[in-house]
Design a protein around this ligand. Structure first.
Ligand code: CO
Length: 134
């Protein structure tokens, strides 16, 4: 069901410092920061040949990564995103197998303008999993 690894998202306390680390220390191509108000994060995309890394910084007090950064003050891997062909078919299959979809269970438009769903980390070895329909 799942296809390519679309991205790994890393929550960071300081987006400028993290961007510099990927650009200057690791020599990667990075995007300009994008403030995504409706998602409560500012994001920088790190473009790699085979996938992306997304650096996420809190935006606003209701940011969904606030609790994560409180527990992980240096930052950390927040989620990974797999591509699927049909997000509703994938969801139906997963629910049938007992996996829990976060939120109201309906796909939302994610940071790339495509429908996404998040799956409960307790059902996936402690990893928050995002599915994105391309
Ligand atoms: Co993501």
């Amino acid at each position: 069901m799942i296809g390519r690894l679309n991205h790994i998202a890393i929550a960071v306390p300081d987006l400028e410092a993290a961007t510099g680390l990927y650009r200057d220390t690791l020599g990667a191509k990075v995007s300009a920061p994008q403030a995504l108000l409706e998602h409560g994060v500012t994001v920088v995309f790190v473009e790699l040949p085979n996938t992306k890394v997304e650096l996420l910084e809190m935006l606003g007090d209701a940011s969904p990564i606030k609790g994560f950064l409180e527990k992980n003050s240096a930052g950390g891997i927040h989620h990974m995103c797999f591509e699927v062909d049909d997000i509703l078919a994938a969801k139906a299959q997963l629910v049938l197998k007992g996996a829990r979809v976060l939120g109201d269970g309906q796909p939302k438009i994610g940071a790339h303008g495509k429908p996404v769903l998040f799956l409960h980390p307790k059902d996936f070895n402690g990893v928050l999993v995002e599915l994105e329909q391309l």
